[in-house]
Design a protein around this ligand. Sequence first.
Ligand code: ANZ
Ligand code: ZN
Length: 854
Amino acid sequence: DERYNVKETETKWQQEWDRRDSFVATVDSSRPKYYVLEMFPYPSGRIHMGHVRNYALGDVVARYKRARGFNVLHPMGWDAFGLPAENAAIERGVHPAKWTRENIAAMREQLKSMGLSYDWGRELATCEPEYYRHEQKMFLDFLKAGLVYRKESWVNWDPVENTVLANEQVIDGRGWRSGALVEKRLLSQWFLKITAFADELLDSLKTLDRWPDRVRIMQENWIGRSEGARLTWNLKGRGDQLEIFTTRPDTLFGAAFLAISPNHPLAGELAAGNPALAEFIAECNRMGTSEAVVEAAEKKGMDTGIKALHPLVPGWELPVYVANFVLMEYGSGAIFGCPAHDQRDLDFARKYNLSVKPVVLPEGADPATFQIGDEAYSGDGTLFNSGFLDGLDVVTAKARANDRIETDGLGERTVNWRLRDWGVSRQRYWGCPIPIIHCDSCGPVPVPEADLPVRLPEDVSFDKPGNPLAHHPTWKDVACPCCGKPARRETDTFDTFFESSWYFARYCSPTRDDVAFDRAAADYWMAVDQYIGGIEHAVLHLLYSRFFTRALKACGYLGVSEPFAGLLTQGMVCHETYKDEAGAWLYPDEVIKAEAGGLIHAQTGKPVSLGRSEKMSKSKRNVVDPAHIIATYGADTARLFMLSDSPPERDLEWTEAGIDGAWRYVNRLWRLTIIAADTLPPPGSVMPELGDAATKLRRMTHKTIAAVAEDLDRFHFNKAVARIRELTNALGDFKPAAAGDYWVLRQGLEAAALLISPMMPHLAEEMWAELGHSVPVVDTAWPLADSSLLVEDSVTIAVQVNGKLRATIELPKDCDATLAEQTALAQDAVITAMSGKAPRKVVVVPNRIVNVVV
Ligand code: ANZ
Ligand code: ZN
């Protein structure tokens, strides 16, 4: 019994594709282009199952589009700067560059073993000066275009990693990698003006109709456009005023207090003479700046003693607090609180015994008795207790209040954005140096373009905490490009999201040294037609890339505004979790099934408890190494399993039974092919007379061809696999006898090979060759269904008696009503249901239903 030699076969075809340069992409205006891209990996050292799923999905799209005649660009590279390389340097003394390059080499081999249809000639690594020199130039161009500025600002400080974190890198108040509680610090930073494009970034989300709604909504919320008003309050006995931002000017008559941020200038001023207030502010600052922290923390404040004068009601005085939930970075860093209609304000008011006066009456409520309990009322209703606003609905009242604010000169309508400018400075070694020189006389001066790239020095040491660039004995000492006096290089490096914000365009011309992008190549290939990656990048990487593309366009680098026309966010790969008696996590291969049932430890035999399935992660040890799976079962099996069980967007449950099933299917298809191969007529021979069974199989083959194309077009890969499996079953059950049978069997097997080729390219090539083809699948067009074979020749018709379903009958499609009626009335179940009575009426709906009324 011959067996499928996976290793040999897969290596053979990978070499053959290489030899043929099958996946080398070149600009060719005569063909429609298709750019498919998977999010490039961080070179951590080994690929994990998440990678395998991501790249298997991308490869299906790339190979399918290629077979359909598109000129496909499908590149791969490395997001190679970042903290883990520095951590390796600190922990193991290996240089980040060496560590990274070795990891890349190892992972490249692993990816190659998957048989992915990449144009490896376009491979790039972002840590190489050939790459990052261009982003230094971009930064200088952005600076000239007014899209970069330097600002002292409060930043999130990760006390463990000794670095600044972007707001997006703070999760629930903790550093996204270290898990340490984040603090606040004031630092001078470089910012990219993403807010300059806030409007556009929001508006054009509408045009991204091939993006998941979920991601568009997340970006919309992240950008956070709020319409409201700025309103100025006079402060009693003081010359100055306080400006607040509100989206609910309609609730002004329900105001109970004003609150300013702990970082508001007024708070600072008051703290100078008030130690208790100074201590309260310091306490707030220890908490971190991110919204998430502020949201989660208990609402606290301190009365400043200052009274504010209500702008609409003479003589009404309100207390002014410093409150921990008011962010300095939003609006004007000051608010008025309306406890009845805002939950935070209500919590605050209850805590400090402030009045809670409702001013919006819900529909049907009685104004005499309506009261606010523990929950603020933020819904619609009619204004009351509100002077000139009484009787208006909320929308009208907002407009009326705004009109009044503007005519009385108290303030003006304004739009606020939640989106902040992007702070890109990081106090890290393993990143792209920011091309700036600081001179005591001239200030920050751009590095002259002729001096680019500013290379990272290789000779650095990691024996002190903080940034090795800052500790380097000579690297930072340079002459000022303006005045020639001794000056210092900027020792900060870019946030690594910088590199991933333009790599997709670099693939268009990855070897050009003089420019980042060959304009003609970029114009041909961009935008990416299909981008595939994890949902975790919904706001960070995807929003930065959208901004960057616009900034690059503004500087003449590119012609497109949106980088990714289509987006697919794949689900996670999950696995059961296991713990031993002591509660320690166990790897799946440390666990076996006990004969008595239940799970035991493979070595100790002690009981193991089964936990719920979770995303595969090193920390929970519920990981399966793809290298091991590929070595045992081959790439096709791993790929097939990744594609077959769940739709791409959903989580996928990794099971041994699943991988086993895929492996058995690979063997089955192969065996079916080699057993049949010798019996079949040669490829391309003329169709002989077909019997009924052969005609049926032929129809099924064509229906499968048509349906699989539709599935692949919609990324329903699991459905496509299921259909090909059904076809395989039919082919396996088919017992050929006549010449026509063999001809149809050939057709079926050929279709199976071509249809499965995007998912299992090696097996497909092997089958195709076994079937006698000398031109490989990679150079063969996608099969087309004969549409005349797709029409149904029979239909299933429901028979009802007095409205109740009694039988179904199979009839020729579009047969006449008399035949339908006669067949229906002859059914046993129908005769029984009529209990001897004659039909009063029979209604026939062609191809669908026969309704008998007795
Ligand atoms: C009075 C009011 C009454 C408000 C009411 C809400 C409900 P969005 O939608 O996110 O823009 N606010 C303004 N600046 C703030 C800051 N720097 N930190 C914390 N909160 C701030 O939210 C706008 C609302 O959030 C504003 O409208 C303000 O409270 C508060 F029944 O003003 B409102
Ligand atoms: Zn100078």
